[in-house]
Design a protein around this ligand. Structure first.
Ligand code: APR
Ligand code: ZN
Ligand code: ZN
Length: 361
């Protein structure tokens, strides 16, 4: 028997989002219905609304969420009704070439939920990143649910479903930041700040935060940055070199997604250093580099997608560390809001004083 709940729908390109009644079918084989408790507002939701991802309107937005499993379909054994879970948008398949080679974070055959949720007139909804969690309940593949310690705040847990995991993972998984390393993080929004938290967790000795906004740099300090550079008034590459004995950082994490910051990241690393690209550029952006510099500098250039995370390994670990007080994920929750406030939260994203607005239910 299907059920009707409230959810935030993006009806068409650039149209304001609205709360609509949506229809959730019972979970089929391998699926679960999850009662959402919290869902962070991420830039990707805004990109969906603006048509920057695809044109499959209407979208059911929201993809950074935690909640309680309400019911499961046939064959689901890993989660059961009552479990507190974080949803993830890359349920790895276990059988593609990447999975079989032991690199499931490159899985290209993710088992996300099929589109089955609709508006009351039967119009099919496209759930953002296969989740759709700005809703009282959503239907997902059971493989998208990762059980974690239920004593954590749902708003904090939900953040690991996207941006915060992307940033922490960029440092600890992709960048493989090590004890004593110097790290530079370019762009200190939610993702960059999470990369700072991850770098500190990994034992970095020096963490240089770079941004064009002094308020962002002040927050970055509270997250664990040891030095800050305003790249509007300073040359970022020079400043990072100066702060690393003239060499450049062992790991540079780019969390903006623009040509000039990609270029800064490229030149700010130590000769054998690693550049981690986590900021997402737009299709028309290009970077021109002298080939001799590409050839002449060693080290590696890596992109990080969802922090190269393994939800089953990384989500419970980070929740444990948060519960022990060894990282503070609560610092990323700027405000909690209702389902009707998502449009306002999109507007606040550009004002620069919000790390995360989190819808709580
Ligand atoms: N140099 C340095 N910092 C910059 C620059 C620049 N040229 N331009 C913008 N910034 C800073 C902003 O001041 C802000 O602090 O980058 C930060 C971006 O933060 P947010 O807009 O909050 O974005 P966030 O959610 O952190 O995501 C950053 O990572 O996963 C990707 O898609 C995401 O591309 C985006 C990036
Ligand atoms: Zn796979
Ligand atoms: Zn996201």
């Amino acid at each position: 028997m299907s059920q009707q709940v409230q959810g935030v729908v993006a009806p068409g390109k650039n149209e304001a989002v609205r709360v609509e009644t949506i229809v959730i079918p019972d979970p089929g084989p391998g699926e679960a219905v999850v009662k959402i408790q919290a869902c962070g507002v991420c830039h990707t939701d805004l990109h969906y609304k603006q048509g920057g991802i695809n044109d499959d309107y209407p979208f059911l937005l929201g993809h950074e969420a935690s909640g309680i499993v309400e019911s499961v379909g046939d064959g689901v054994t890993d989660v059961a009704p009552g479990d507190f879970v974080i949803l993830n948008w890359r349920a790895v398949c276990g059988s593609c070439r990447a999975c079989l080679r032991g690199r499931p974070w490159y899985c290209f055959n993710t088992h996300n939920a099929k589109r089955k949720m609709t508006l009351t007139d039967g119009t099919e909804l496209s759930p953002a990143l296969g989740i759709g969690a700005f809703a009282e309940k959503t239907l997902v593949a059971a493989g998208q649910c990762t059980k974690v310690d239920p004593s954590v705040s749902p708003a904090v847990a939900g953040l690991l479903g996207c941006g915060v995991m992307a940033g922490i993972g960029a440092a600890i998984n992709t960048g493989n930041v090590g004890r004593g390393d110097s790290v530079a993080v370019i762009g200190c929004g939610g993702v960059g700040d999470a990369a700072i938290v991850g770098s500190r967790l990994a034992g970095a000795a020096r963490i240089i935060a770079v941004d064009i906004d002094d308020r962002k740099l002040a927050t970055a300090k509270t997250m664990g940055a040891t030095h800050t550079v305003n790249s509007r008034s300073n040359d970022a590459v020079e400043a990072i070199r100066e702060l690393t004995g003239g060499f450049g950082a062992d790991v540079v994490i780019e969390a903006v997604g623009r040509p000039e910051t990609y270029e800064q990241a490229f030149y700010a690393r130590d000769l054998a250093g690693t550049v981690v690209l986590v900021g997402v550029p737009t299709p028309e952006m290009k970077l021109e580099l002298p080939l001799l510099d590409v050839f002449g500098r060693g080290g590696s250039l890596k992109s990080s997608w969802y922090g190269d995370c393994l939800p089953s390994r990384d989500f419970p670990m980070l929740i444990d560390l948060h519960q022990q007080g060894r990282i503070d994920l609560g610092a990323f929750v700027t405000e909690t809001i209702g389902l009707g406030d998502v449009e306002k939260a999109f507007a606040r994203m550009h004002e620069g004083d919000v790390l995360r607005s989190v819808v709580t239910l």
